[in-house]
Every structure is written in C-alpha cells, then in structure tokens.
Design a protein around this ligand. Structure first.
Ligand code: ATP
Length: 281
C-alpha cells in the first residue's frame, strides 16, 4: 500500500456487493463482491470478456446492474438520478479505453468538458487556465492544448484523456486499459506517471489492465475476475499462492515470469529493456 491519505488509508472507498449483470441470456456477473481501499492502486485483471469494463461502468453509473449494491464514498450509486449522484460523480475521473476524446474539440477543450458540466459559473479564462494546468500535469507540452486528437500520438492521446479525467481534482481515478496500444517504453512511462500522480494527489486508482508489467510496477493489490465474479484479491505474491488455474497460467506463464524478471531488475537498480523516458510518446 502507498503512503497517501494519512489517517483514512485503507478504508473502503468502493464497495460492490452481490453484483449481477446480464445481457440477454449472457450472465456476465453473478454475486460479485469487491472492495477498493482508499489510497491504493487496485489492478483489475481477467480474461477477455470477463466483465472488467462492465464492472467499471456499473460502478460509475453508466450500466444499471440487474442486482446488487454499489457504494462509492459511502453513497449508493445504483438507481440514482444523475442529479442526485452529482456530488459523488464530481469526486471521480474516468479514462476510458483508447482515451475517448471528442475528435472535434482540442485537447484543452476536451479537458474543459467536465468543468463545463459541473462548474458552469467558472469564467472562460479560469477554465482555460485549469485545462492548461492539467495538460502540463500529465507530461504533455503546453503546446498540445490547442491541438486536435488526430494530431497526437497514441501515448499523447492517453495523457490528454488522463488530463480530462483529472479536470475536477478527483479523489478516485478509473483507468480502463491505459497502456493498451502503447509500445513498452511508452507504457512504462505511463505507469510511472500514474504512480507519481497517485502519490502526489493522494488518489485511489481502479485500473483495468492486461499488462503484467503494469501490475508488477505500480499495483498495490490485484483483483482477478473469473467465473462471473472476483475470485481473488491480493498482492501478487498472495495471488501466486493460490492454485486457481487461470491465476497460475496468467502470473506463472512465460509472460508472467518475464514481468517478474523485469520488476526484479528494476528493484535491483539494474538496466531494463524498457526504461521510462522523460518525454511522452
Ligand atoms: N451493452 C452491452 N450489451 C450486450 N453485451 C454487452 C454489453 N456490454 C458488454 N457486453 C458483454 O459483456 C461481456 C463483458 O464485456 P466487457 O467489455 O466488460 O469485458 P472485458 O473483461 O472488459 O473484456 P476485454 O478485456 O476484452 O476488454 C462481453 O461478452 C460483452 O460482449
């Protein structure tokens, strides 16, 4: 666990109980429980189609589950009108898969979207100032603000999406496969950025990923989705002690072992094939 949010670290900030999601005759979640603790980076893993994104969408209110309870910051989020949940929604930011930027808006305008939604009274000058600050905070050059998404590299788009997710100074950050599509160096740099922002801003992070290097580099705990539920949550050594076949294959397969070797080299201060550069890619 990280050393942020003194006093309340470890308290559950998200509590999911008995979640059920069904699409037609496909049961995606059945009796799924999960707690996310304040101040942690929780990695969420599972095979393709196990319902990681549906879980995230359920938590942030974009998917209405068929059963179950979800509390975020102690407030129920299921079945509430958007206007009722507004105080809770302001306290989180979401980076969707691929960045999900509005292609007709500049980077700075994209970052201003949540500000316009929740703080309509802010002056245009202040909104522009906040947006520029968030852009730079994610490691993008200030000149990226007036650019359109099509003018950015994949890594820069992810950073722009992150800047938008941080627009409202959230306490809780949802990241859906943030390093997917990035080369190993860009992915390592994004991991580094996530960890440093989480520490400096005291964030709690819900991070969906397939990236074993990310899990080893920055996640405090990992939740494993399989069999329609969260079958285990813990540190990687704790998970490795379990004999579930998917967990063993995932963490102990060739890619899992390579990620362990890489993490060990970082811990030992030895050079690795994918050092994090200063510049965004
Ligand atoms: N709106 C929807 N309507 C119908 N089926 C859906 C809907 N959203 C998700 N599903 C189905 O639910 C299942 C879980 O989808 P989800 O996107 O959560 O998986 P995932 O674990 O995030 O997968 P991946 O790792 O491939 O991104 C999939 O079979 C998907 O087709």
């Amino acid at each position: 666990m990280s050393d942020v949010a003194p006093g309340r670290e470890g308290e559950p900030i998200i509590r999911v109980e008995g979640l059920r999601n069904v699409f037609g005759d496909q049961v995606v979640h059945e009796n799924l429980d999960l707690e996310v603790r304040r101040g942690e980076i929780l990695g969420v893993v599972g095979g393709s189609g196990t319902g990681k994104s549906v879980l995230m969408r359920s938590i942030v209110g974009l998917q209405t589950p068929d059963a179950g309870q979800i509390h975020v910051f102690g407030e129920p989020t299921i079945g509430r009108e958007e206007t009722e949940a507004v105080d809770v929604r302001k306290r989180w930011g979401v980076l969707f898969q691929g960045g999900a930027l509005f292609s007709t808006l500049t980077v700075a305008e994209n970052v201003q979207v949540p500000l316009r939604e929740f703080y309509r009274d802010l002056s245009p000058a202040l909104m522009a100032e906040i947006a520029n600050y968030k852009v730079v905070m994610t490691g993008l050059p200030a000149e990226a603000g007036p650019k359109y998404p099509a003018e950015l590299s994949g890594g820069m788009k992810k950073r722009a999406g992150l800047a938008r997710a941080l627009a409202l100074d959230p306490e809780l950050l949802f990241l859906d496969e943030p390093t997917a599509g990035l080369d190993p160096i860009g992915a390592a740099a994004f991991d580094e950025l996530t960890r440093s922002l989480q520490r400096s801003l005291g964030l709690t992070v819900f991070l969906i990923t397939h990236d074993l290097d990310t899990l080893h580099a920055i996640c405090d705990r990992v939740a494993v989705l399989a069999d329609k539920k969260v079958i285990a949550v813990g540190t990687i050594p704790e998970l490795l002690a379990l004999d579930h076949p998917w967990i063993q294959e995932y963490f102990n397969g060739p890619r899992g072992r390579a990620a362990v070797d890489s993490a060990d080299r970082v811990a030992a201060g030895q050079p690795t094939p994918s050092p994090a550069p200063a510049e965004p890619r």
